[in-house]
Design a protein around this ligand. Structure first.
Ligand SMILES: [Zn+2]
Length: 266
């Protein structure tokens, strides 16, 4: 974590003061954004790539390959079966920094009130019995210890400034509702359709959505969530995730979830 300079602290204090003094205006803006959301663009972010393999199993299965395979299928299905315009932050096995991914998603062609971002990952844990699916939205503090550990690994590439994140967490309130909604719907559908363990049940919130300060979720302007599709460290789950049939099942379930989210918007 960087130490804030006095100028930055002053700006943050002024911003927070403004937020406190003008709650009505800010609330008004939030409402306005809410009513205007209409889904058109889906940005899919296959975690890791190139020199960054993500988690790697003892047998050599790499997270970057699973996230790319599922993401490619997801984009293919979205283009075939829906009217949404789907994009990938990387299309092959190359290194793309978290900063570049954020820059891609924040382009003007993806208005934050017409777009969502799904960042796909796989988890790993020292206890190989641990398995299941997790989904995350941005939160200033991780909701639990395991999430904090995970976020440290996924953010490893970029320096994270907690004071910047405080500003962001205020800014992100505008689309918080959609982020939570899309995370909830996708998690529920994936768990019920694929018969995997719902690891969000340990979330402290009743909604079952976990939160953590992931870099990619923090800096993207559109509603964005991060999905941990399964544990590479678990033999059964790793084997399933490398099978094309299972990858297609994940992708088609995500398509159904995105459509369900869109229906709920209307
Ligand atoms: Zn990852």
């Amino acid at each position: 974590m960087q130490f804030p300079n006095p100028f930055k602290l002053l700006i943050i204090s002024l911003f927070l003061l403004l937020a406190l003094l003008r709650p009505k205006t800010i609330a008004g803006k939030v409402d306005q954004t809410n009513t205007e959301f209409s889904l058109k663009y889906i940005v899919i972010d296959p975690g890791h790539g190139g020199k960054d393999p993500g988690c790697v199993s003892r047998s050599g299965v790499a997270e970057k390959d699973i996230t790319l395979a599922v993401s490619r299928k997801l984009v293919e299905f979205l283009r075939e079966k829906t009217e949404y315009e789907a994009f990938l932050t990387r299309t092959d096995d190359r290194f793309v920094s978290l900063r570049q991914r954020v820059e891609f998603a924040n382009q003007e062609i993806f208005p934050p009130n017409q777009s969502i971002l799904l960042s796909l990952h796989c988890n790993s844990f020292k206890d190989r019995r641990i398995h299941g699916m997790e989904s995350f939205k941005f939160d200033l503090d991780a909701t639990d210890e395991l999430a904090a550990e995970l976020v440290e690994r996924e953010n490893a590439q970029e320096e994270v400034d907690k004071f910047d994140f405080m500003i962001i967490s205020l800014r992100k309130r505008g689309n918080e509702k959609y982020t939570r909604q899309v995370a909830q719907i996708l998690q529920e559908l994936l768990v019920s359709q694929l018969g995997v363990k719902n690891r969000n049940l340990s979330a402290s919130e009743k909604t079952g959505v976990r939160g953590a300060p992931f870099y990619i979720l923090a800096w993207t302007k559109m509603p964005s969530i991060l999905l941990e599709l399964g544990f590479i460290s678990n033999d059964v789950e790793r084997k399933k995730m490398t099978e094309e049939k299972y990858q297609k099942e994940i992708a088609s379930t995500l398509v159904r979830g995105i459509k369900k989210f869109d229906r709920q918007l209307q």
